[in-house]
Design a protein around this ligand. Structure first.
Ligand code: HSE
Length: 308
């Protein structure tokens, strides 16, 4: 049996405009590197942290909290030291806590000889998400653990639907360098939603899923609308409307808040349009002197990868 493992746990985009808490897809170029060592001494510990700062206290770190949830269902006399090269900035809106939670439970599951399948790992990883955001949700976790584009039909019981997607779909992400904690951007949402808006939202969600199955870029474009969440949250993101409109003006199929923000995503057909959209989006932040990161990515169909 192997006693240590390193995995790449990718970033992801959740919500995808009309699918709050249910839709997500996995990104390629950015992710956390998670190294887990199995020890004879029991207990879950956080080892080295490189990159962005995250808590070393195992009760406050999403990775160790998720692993402890797994170990409750699979007690072992061994312990685990989790070291994290944190490359996804917490509070950036591209699934930072999901990557660490999912990566850690995936790695420990490998070290234990794979007692659990992905849907069970998702159940454990949700404890990490709940620590970060105050609520259980799996829209970032599902694409990280299953790869590709996913729909969370239910979290209790876990029911994940893997969706196909058009091959030329390219994602542009711009991350204005401010921090927006998911727990705060969830707190501003209302529990009640007007029926008329809900009707539009599920019309778009159904149509988006159909567009993904049929490679219908036109329908995809018409469906990337958010009636419910974006109007409330966009005020938290500098120049949101301008950035989104720039992407659309350059031919992006749609654009919206990535997860709980502040990152903004655009989906385009082909790399050339995705790049043009990215340049135009960046111009807005350049004009106000706001620093940003930008990523261009196809949808990552694999999800977590074992590195050694
Ligand atoms: N669906 C979640 C939200 C994703 O928007 O709050 C971020 O964790």
């Amino acid at each position: 049996m192997i006693s240590e493992i390193k995995v790449f746990a990718p970033a992801s985009v959740a919500n995808v405009s009309c699918g709050f808490d249910v839709l997500g897809f996995c990104l390629d170029p950015i992710g956390d590197l998670i190294h887990v060592k199995m020890t004879e001494k029991p207990g879950v510990h956080i080892g080295n942290i490189k990159g962005y700062k995250v808590p070393k206290n195992p009760l406050k770190n999403v990775a160790s909290v998720a692993v402890n949830a797994l170990l409750k269902s699979h007690p072992t006399k061994n312990g685990f030291i989790i070291s994290i090269e944190k490359k996804i900035k917490p509070g950036s809106g591209i699934g930072s806590s999901a990557a660490s939670s999912a990566g850690a439970v995936f790695a420990v599951n490998e070290l234990l000889g794979r007692p659990f399948k992905s849907d069970k790992l998702l159940d454990f990883a949700m404890f990490g998400e709940a620590l970060a955001s105050g609520e259980y949700h799996a829209d970032n976790l599902a694409p990280v653990l299953f790869g590709g584009f996913t729909l969370v039909r239910s979290i209790n019981p876990i029911d994940i639907v893997s969706l196909p997607y058009p091959p030329e779909l390219i994602v542009t992400i711009i991350h204005p360098k401010i921090e927006l904690k998911t727990i705060h951007s969830r707190a501003i949402l209302k529990d009640d939603i007007p029926l008329k808006k809900a009707i539009k939202q599920w019309g778009n969600l159904g149509a988006l899923v159909s567009a993904l199955y049929t490679n219908n870029y036109n329908l995809l474009s018409r469906s990337l609308q958010d009636e419910l969440i974006e109007p409330a949250r966009s005020i938290l993101i500098p120049k949101f409307e301008e950035v989104k409109n720039e992407a659309l003006n350059q031919g992006a199929l749609g654009s919206g808040i990535s997860g709980s923000g502040p990152s903004i995503f655009a989906l385009s057909k082909g790399m050339a349009t995705a790049k043009k959209a990215g340049n135009a989006m960046a111009k807005i932040y350049k004009s106000i002197g706001l620093e940003y990161d930008m990523y261009l990515s196809p949808i990552n169909k694999v999800g977590i990868k074992i590195l050694k």
